[in-house]
Design a protein around this ligand. Structure first.
Ligand SMILES: Nc1nc2c(c(=O)[nH]1)N[C@H]1C(S)=C(S)[C@@H](COP(=O)(O)OP(=O)(O)OC[C@H]3O[C@@H](n4cnc5c(=O)[nH]c(N)nc54)[C@H](O)[C@@H]3O)O[C@H]1N2
Ligand SMILES: Nc1nc2c(c(=O)[nH]1)N[C@H]1C(S)=C(S)[C@@H](COP(=O)(O)OP(=O)(O)OC[C@H]3O[C@@H](n4cnc5c(=O)[nH]c(N)nc54)[C@H](O)[C@@H]3O)O[C@H]1N2
Ligand code: SF4
Ligand SMILES: [Mo]
Length: 805
């Protein structure tokens, strides 16, 4: 197999090394030999320090960044940051090095036959403008939960408020979409009620199929460290494979994929049967719902408590054991814990519950278990969905860069919402289209389908994401661009990135971007915390901000008299004035004459008040290490909110209400407790494909490894991809560590080395492959079946077979 990266990259194909050698130092595999010293953020001559959130995960740690001679020279944990209190994980400590891989993209590149030629930015922007002018409705924007808030807001306004085109969707569709629909179905409004403070206060912490020891490490250590202070906290890991998280837990409940649906019903069954549910909480603050099979919709149909009870009758611990594989006593253990009002219980989850063809259902059901038992609304009692990306909440969920959404929890299908948005954007009434655009899977399917066969998306612009590695079922959703070149020759792929990737490999136009502290930014983490930083160093070569790229394109179209790029007064959609004169921010030399981020953020802020997600003015975030919304001004002070819907904490809860779900979908301040039946996964192992494949991540690498594999320390610690196998399965197949196997699904195949009982231990009949290695694309194998409401795919359950090679 040859490297999928363009020749420009120095990435070599990795040799697999034995498990024993895996953690040890090995050859540096990529890009840079530059690594940063790790220093405490002490004054040191010539080094200027400033704050920024870490580039990587949704935990949202703050780092102190040391700059000298125009370069980031050191990184330290930020002691003043509430989230991480000075700690970082291995990725955080090395985040600065991610800027300095040798093969950073520095020039716009246009495809020319089999290669590329360097072009100017003017020409590049002209090429995109030509494509859009020719067919504005065939253009799509594919963005990211790693977009900053201003970047996502600009893209959103450009598409929906400018082009009248709703084909904008982010990689967060692959990540958080089911969490969003779960929140909406339960509370009528998105995002967690609790926050990280719950982790300091809970007696019991339950992980519902996630691995925070590797994926939210600083957050996880915040809990584990409580034990070193003599505090007692019981940790329970419910998962389909043993991970580093399991090692720190008192209880491990090993389930089969989709077992969670049965487990949640089993807990609810026991709470009702034992009379240990919180009758007062339920009668005061909750109603019951079930799916409406005749008219499937997110809000289902109302049912009575009696109906709910009846639906749960058959979910006895023994039957749940059959469905989930978790022993009945362990179901009883969970039932007893939730039935104990003295305990404070926090639940965490992430991709196990979201990448699930019943993701909306299981998200609602875990909220439901907390509501039914009254473990809600006091510190330590919280159902908390964790976000993965640094701004999946801030940008995707709050700015609403999804094909059906508008900023501030608005949707395109609602006329009043469109009018509000048109008002804030000062664009003519009717500008926003009422028809939702394509969600991610549809967008790429359309792009990969020939135009004359109905593939109506002709151009996609990708920013801050790497779909050529991360979309599911790549042989259907991405690879046809290469495999079916002739039939798809009119399709045009534009990619803004910082390094060559599996996506730039098939791009027609590559745009070099500025990253992290090479630009201003604002992001929003898992606990509703909005965080700001300033540009500290220049990007290399001609790399430029993603937000500038969008605005420069909009201006080019404005110059070409495209109506959509004008506001009601005929001014440029993104006009920003200083001293009464428009600043030419579309010219790169003038982009930083004003703070474009601040202008966009303060404009966007107006939307945030529409759904009680109030943001403070930009200037407040400059002073803080982030603030949790709603941030409301009281007595001249901007105050953040720790616990939503809870009196005494949430400024929007009326006096005397105790708990008030003020966005209730039933308009009576009640949350919805859902019944959903257990159903098996979309694909289950059979004779032909006898193994269940789960995919995911590892501590050292960020997703596709484009940044972390260029950091020598991280790359040495985790050099290449592998398939984790159970020791007994491996023995049966005559496999030892390092042996190569061919793994095949109904959609594709992959040759990959085996790691037996490696970092994680999959149970018999299951295997696990991380997706960071761009030379071993596991998404050639994965399924593209989606949840009916969230449209999020399931990367955790594909049936495969294995053959020794
Ligand atoms: N080091 C590192 N950290 C990261 C990232 C990274 O790339 N690297 N990425 C970030 C991002 S964007 C995300 S989304 C998060 C992901 O964070 P996690 O969700 O914690 O990690 P994954 O490896 O995607 O998910 C693996 C888990 O899925 C569970 N699972 C499999 N099938 C099922 C099922 O049917 N039901 C349930 N309930 N669970 C199941 C397994 O038990 C397994 O532990 O990590 C974030 N943090
Ligand atoms: N098999 C499998 N596939 C998965 C998942 C899984 O669990 N299993 N998880 C899914 C999930 S939850 C997620 S979130 C996605 C993540 O999938 P992606 O978003 O596709 O992965 P990343 O590697 O984070 O891609 C970010 C890209 O942006 C580039 N970049 C970094 N900074 C900047 C910048 O400032 N500007 C620009 N323009 N580019 C920049 C990086 O080099 C990188 O190429 O993967 C999904 N795919
Ligand atoms: S836990 Fe996440 S945010 Fe914190 S340092 Fe590690 S990667 Fe960065
Ligand atoms: Mo994610």
């Amino acid at each position: 197999m040859s490297s999928p990266l363009p020749a420009a990259s120095s990435v070599q194909r990795r040799q697999f090394i034995k498990a024993s050698a895996m953690a040890a130092a090995t050859a540096v595999t990529c890009g840079s030999d530059y690594s940063l010293p790790i220093l405490a953020a002490e004054p040191r001559e010539g080094v200027a320090w400033d704050k920024a959130p870490c580039r990587f995960c949704g935990t949202g740690c703050h780092v102190q960044v040391g700059v000298q001679g125009g370069k980031v020279v050191a990184v330290a944990g930020d002691r003043n940051a509430e989230v991480n209190k000075g700690l970082l994980c291995v990725k955080g400590y090395h985040v600065g090095s991610a800027l300095y891989g040798k093969d950073r993209l520095t020039k716009p590149l246009l495809r020319d036959g089999e290669g590329y030629r360097e072009i100017s930015w003017d020409e590049a922007i002209g090429v995109i403008a030509d494509r859009i002018e020719a067919a504005p409705e065939r253009f799509a924007f594919y963005g990211s939960g790693q977009w900053t808030i201003p970047e996502g807001y600009a893209a959103q306004k450009f598409m929906k408020g400018g082009l009248s085109n709703n084909h904008i969707d982010p990689n967060a569709r692959l990540c958080m979409a089911s969490a969003v629909t779960g929140f909406l179905a339960t509370y009528g409004v998105d995002e967690p009620a609790g926050c990280y403070d719950d982790l300091d206060a809970c007696d019991v912490l339950i992980m519902w199929g996630n691995n925070p020891a590797e994926m939210h490490p600083v957050l996880f250590s915040r809990v584990i460290d409580r034990r070193s202070r003599g505090e007692e906290v019981t940790l329970i890991d419910i998962g389909t494979r043993r991970t580093r998280t399991t090692d720190a837990c008192q209880h491990y409940l090993e389930m089969k994929g989709h077992g969670d649906l049965a487990i949640a019903n089993g807990i609810a069954h026991l709470l009702i049967k034992n009379g240990t549910y919180d009758r007062k909480f339920v009668e005061s603050f909750c109603s019951f719902k079930a799916p409406d099979d005749e008219n499937p919709n997110l809000h289902g149909k109302a049912i009575s408590f009696e109906d709910y009870k009846k639906s749960l009758e058959s979910y006895t611990p023994e039957r749940v054991e059959e469905m989930s594989g978790v022993p009945a006593e362990q179901i009883r253990l969970l039932g007893d814990l939730f039935g104990n009002p003295e305990l404070k219980i926090t639940s965490l989850w992430c991709m196990g519950m979201n990448q699930h063809t019943r993701g909306t259902a299981i998200n609602s059901m875990v909220h439901g278990v907390h509501l039914l038992s009254g473990h809600f609304g006091t510190p330590g009692n919280a159902p908390t969905s964790l976000t993965g990306q640094p701004s999946a909440c801030g940008t995707v969920r709050e700015v609403g860069t999804l094909s059906h959404a508008l900023p501030g929890g608005r949707v395109v299908t609602n006329e009043e919402h469109r009018q509000q948005s048109e008002g804030f954007w000062n664009v003519p009434p009717g500008r926003i289209s009422p028809t939702p655009g394509y969600h991610t899977v549809e967008m790429w399917e359309s792009f990969c389908t020939p135009t004359d066969q109905g593939g109506d998306i002709g151009t996609i612009w990708v920013q801050v994401t790497n779909p050529g590695q991360t979309l599911p079922n790549l042989n259907k959703l991405f690879n046809p661009k290469e495999q079916n070149r002739e039939a798809l020759k009119d399709k045009f792929l534009i990619v803004s990135d910082v390094y060559p990737t599996a996506t730039t490999r098939l791009a027609d136009l590559i745009l070099p971007s500025a990253m992290w502290v090479e630009k201003n930014g604002v992001v929003g983490n898992s606990e509703r915390r909005t965080q700001q930083w300033f540009k500290m160093v220049d990007p290399p070569g001609e790399a430029r901000d993603d937000c500038w790229q969008t605005i420069a394109l909009a201006y080019e179209l404005f110059q070409r008299d495209m109506d959509g790029m004008q506001d009601r007064e005929g001014r440029f959609l993104f006009e920003m004035a200083a001293d009464g004169e428009p600043v030419p921010i579309w010219q790169w030399e003038h982009y930083y004459d004003i703070n474009v981020d601040e202008r966009l953020f303060d404009e966007y802020r107006q939307f945030s008040r529409l759904k009680h997600k109030d943001l403070a003015p930009y200037s407040e975030y400059v002073k803080a290490r982030g603030l949790r919304w709603p941030v409301v001004e009281r007595d001249g002070e901007w105050r953040e909110t720790h616990f939503r819907f809870s009196e005494g904490y949430d400024p929007y809860v009326e006096e005397g209400k105790k708990i008030q779900f003020y966005h209730s979908s039933t308009h009576d301040d009640r949350a919805q407790i859902w019944f959903h039946p257990w159903i098996p996964p979309a694909e289950v192992p059979d004779k032909e494909f006898p193994f269940m494949l789960c995919t995911g991540r590892v501590l050292e690498h960020w997703h596709t490894g484009s940044m972390t594999r260029r950091v020598p320390e991280l790359s040495r610690a985790m050099p290449g991809g592998y398939v984790e196998m159970n020791a007994e399965d491996a023995a049966e197949y005559g496999l030892q560590n390092g042996h190569r196997v061919q793994i095949e699904s109904r959609r594709g195949s992959l040759e990959i080395p085996v790691w037996i009982d490696g970092r994680g231990q999959p149970p018999r009949g299951t295997v696990f492959i991380p997706f960071f290695d761009e030379t071993l694309l596991v998404n050639d194998l994965t399924l593209d079946a989606v949840d009916p409401f969230s449209k999020q795919p399931d990367y955790k359950k594909s049936a495969v077979r294995i053959r020794k090679v």
